[in-house]
Structure formats: structure tokens, C-alpha cells
Ligand binder design. Structure first.
Ligand code: NDP
Ligand code: PYC
Length: 347
């Protein structure tokens, strides 16, 4: 669905993308440990062809920093609310370093207890969730991740924003050499970042993506950004969006999307709140029989692919292979905007 990849652009090696991201985040004033963690998530997005959560997010993160809506040097604090639970208090920082700090504890607890959960609290979230569930699946764990955002999305049957774009991500470990089975999608028709990219490119969007401020269907991305997005799958996506609000909001003592956007007070910064990540060790139920049962899962994947359908993340893994070999193409306008941002922050 990306619009940006079809535009004329500048080809960069991934190391050049990484260097650019680090430079901009540094001059924006982010502490070095956050610079590295945040840059990696943007490089991963760009590498995997996820334009709405790739290097474009430099503009979003820099705006959030400039608006004073992220703590640039917060030290995330890890704690253990219960044996199988870990929590990282992010202190208002971006979520990436908080996840990096909580991940080892989550993995260890899942291996000890069979199932464990990690809450990230008080973190600013602008990123995709697949890097996190993929990393856990690479450790042999089944993983789920959820986060609310800002209230931009109307419930099915309504026209006023209540929910965030509230992504749900899932990761399943597969025998080598297959990469993990991963899906990660917003519970809105598309991520908001995709609508922002259409607005930047001056392109209309499908009519079912959202409504304008009067509640009328529109194909104008700017009107939807001022109005309300729609959930995917009608009442089903709406219920899933509500679930994400609940389990990654009140359940972990953190904000709903409505509370996050109220605190933003029109600044246009990225959402502040929580994230819930659940990890399950297949050996908890299966013991020594894990390998046999994981092979049965392979039959399911074969049955999908054998009829010409593709697995979620297949496009992403193919993009990754291409990017590792050839680098990535950054749209001219985006590249110019990032360089202009860097220059403005440096002067
Ligand atoms: P998409 O609709 O682009 O894709 C969602 C998922 O569906 C991906 O796993 C994708 O795999 C898979 N998929 C797409 N088409 C097919 C197909 N034809 N067959 C099988 N699988 C398919 O995602 P969204 O726009 O909903 O979300 C994009 C990103 O935005 C997500 O990574 C999400 O985490 C992020 N986001 C983050 C938020 C936050 O608050 N932090 C809020 C909302 C979204 P593939 O990648 O291989 O195409
Ligand atoms: O694209 O909807 C989105 C989004 C919200 C926060 C991060 N990405």
C-alpha cells in the first residue's frame, strides 16, 4: 500500500541510512543510548519496505522532541511486579530502549514459567511492532504485542475518534532456515502513517479509510487526518481496537488513546502510553515434543503457500533481502526534508 516507493528517489546503503538517522537524532538532542535504539528501528522499517515506519519517522520523532513531548535522556527502569511479569518504566522516553532493556527479562521468564508478559509504561511510541515479536520468535518463543496510540479512529457505527490505530503483532518460531511467521497490523483500515504519506504525495486514499470532521466519507487524506479513521473489518476490528486499549492501557496502569491525545494538547507529537508484550515458550506445554508439533505448524504454512497465497511478512522478508543487497530508495522529497531538518537543527 506504500505510495513512497514509486516516487523518484535517492539510493542509500543501509549503513548510510543508519548514519543519517543517528546524525539527525543526535542533533535533535536525544541521548546516545536512545539514538542507537531508535535509529535501528527506523533502519529496520526502511530495510523491510515499511515506508510509513521507516526513515520517514525521523520527521515524526524530531517533531516530538522539538515539542518537548519526549524525555530525551530518560533511563528506563526494569522491575518485576510478579514472577512471570516484567515492567519497564520508560520515564517518558521513546519505547525502543525500554524494550531492549525488558527483552532479556521477558525471555528468561517465559522460559522459566512457560508464559510471561512485559509491560512498557510511559513510553512514546512511533514504531512498528514486528521487530519486537520477530526478535522474540527468533528466540524460539511465540509472541504477541499490543499498543494504543492517539484517539484517531472511530468505533464501527460512529464517526468520532475514540481508539488509536492500535496495532496487534504476532510472531511464531519456525525451524531454520525459515524466518519466523509474523504479522503486524493496525486495527484501523491502515496505519495513520500511510495516510500521512498519501497526504505528502498529494494522492487520494480509498473512501473506506475514514471520514472528514463532519463524519462524511472522503478520499482526501488531510480531511481524514482532521476527521476520523475507520477500523478494519467493521465491528470486528472495532472490538479488537477496544481490546488493545484495555490490555495495553488500564490493565498495565497506562493511558488510553483518548488520554494520550488529550495530553498531547494539539502538539502533534507521537503517542505516549504503554505497550504489552506476551511471550509463550512452546516447551511449556510440549516439553520434548516441541519439534514435532512445530513441524505440524509447517503443514499449515505449506497449505497457505501451496495455493499461491502468501504468508504475512513474505513481502517484508523479500524487501529485506533486496535492501541488504542493493540498499534502499528514499523518495527525493523525503530525503530533502530530512536533510533540511538536519541543517535546521545544526545551525
Ligand atoms: P499493512 O496493512 O500494510 O500490513 C499488515 C500485515 O499484513 C503485515 O504483516 C503484512 O505483511 C501482512 N499482509 C499484507 N498484505 C498481505 C497479503 N496479501 N497476504 C498476506 N499478508 C499480508 O499494515 P498496517 O497499515 O495496518 O500497519 C503498518 C504498520 O504500522 C505495522 O507495522 C504497525 O505496527 C504499525 N503501526 C504502529 C502503531 C503504533 O502505535 N506504534 C499504530 C498503528 C500501526 P508484509 O509486511 O509482508 O506485507
Ligand atoms: O501509523 O498509526 C500509525 C502510528 C501511530 C503511532 C505510530 N504509528
Amino acid at each position: 500500500m506504500s505510495v513512497a516507493t514509486k516516487e523518484p528517489g535517492v539510493r542509500l546503503a543501509l549503513d548510510e541510512v543508519r548514519a543519517l538517522a543517528r546524525r539527525v537524532l543526535r542533533v535533535a538532542g536525544l541521548a546516545e543510548d536512545h539514538v542507537e535504539a531508535v535509529a535501528e528501528t527506523m533502519v529496520a522499517g526502511e530495510r523491510d519496505g515499511c515506508a510509513s515506519h521507516g526513515i520517514y519517522r525521523l520527521l515524526v520523532a524530531a517533531n516530538t522532541i522539538a515539542k518537548g513531548k519526549v524525555v530525551r535522556d530518560a533511563v528506563p527502569i526494569l522491575s518485576e511486579p510478579a514472577k512471570a511479569l516484567a515492567r519497564v518504566e520508560g520515564g517518558g522516553s521513546f519505547a525502543q530502549l525500554a524494550f531492549d532493556i525488558g527483552k532479556p527479562a521477558l525471555i528468561a521468564k517465559a522460559r522459566t514459567y512457560g508464559i510471561a508478559a512485559l509491560a512498557l509504561n510511559n513510553v512514546v511510541h512511533f514504531a512498528a511492532l514486528w521487530p519486537e515479536v520477530e526478535a522474540l520468535a527468533e528466540e524460539g518463543l511465540v509472541a504477541l504485542a499490543f499498543t494504543p496510540s492517539h484517539a484517531w479512529v472511530a468505533p464501527a457505527g460512529g464517526t468520532r475518534p475514540v481508539f488509536g490505530t492500535n496495532p496487534i503483532a504476532f510472531g511464531w518460531p519456525r525451524p531454520a532456515p525459515a524466518p519466523p511467521f509474523v504479522f503486524d497490523f493496525a486495527t484501523s483500515m491502515v496505519a495513520r502513517g500511510e495516510i500521512e504519506l498519501h497526504r505528502r504525495a498529494g494522492k487520494a486514499v480509498p473512501e473506506d479509510w475514514g471520514v472528514d470532521a463532519e463524519g462524511c466519507p472522503t478520499t482526501d487524506p488531510a480531511a481524514i487526518l482532521d476527521g476520523a479513521m475507520r477500523t478494519f473489518g467493521g465491528h470486528k476490528g472495532s472490538a479488537l481496537a477496544a481490546m488493545v486499549e484495555l490490555i495495553a492501557g488500564p490493565l498495565i496502569g497506562d493511558w488510553t488513546s483518548a488520554e494520550s491525545i488529550a495530553a498531547d494538547a494539539g502538539a502533534g507529537a507521537s503517542p505516549l502510553g504503554g505497550e504489552l508484550i506476551v511471550a509463550i515458550d512452546p516447551a511449556g506445554f510440549l516439553g520434548d515434543a516441541v519439534a514435532g508439533h512445530l513441524l505440524r505448524a509447517e503443514a499449515l504454512f505449506d497449505a497457505i503457500e501451496d495455493q499461491g497465497a502468501r504468508l504475512p511478512s513474505a513481502r517484508r522478508y523479500a524487501a529485506r533481502a533486496r535492501s541488504l543487497a542493493e540498499g534502499v530508495c528514499i523518495p527525493d522529497k523525503l530525503y530533502a526534508d530530512i536533510l533540511a531538518l538536519e541543517a535546521s537543527l545544526t545551525s
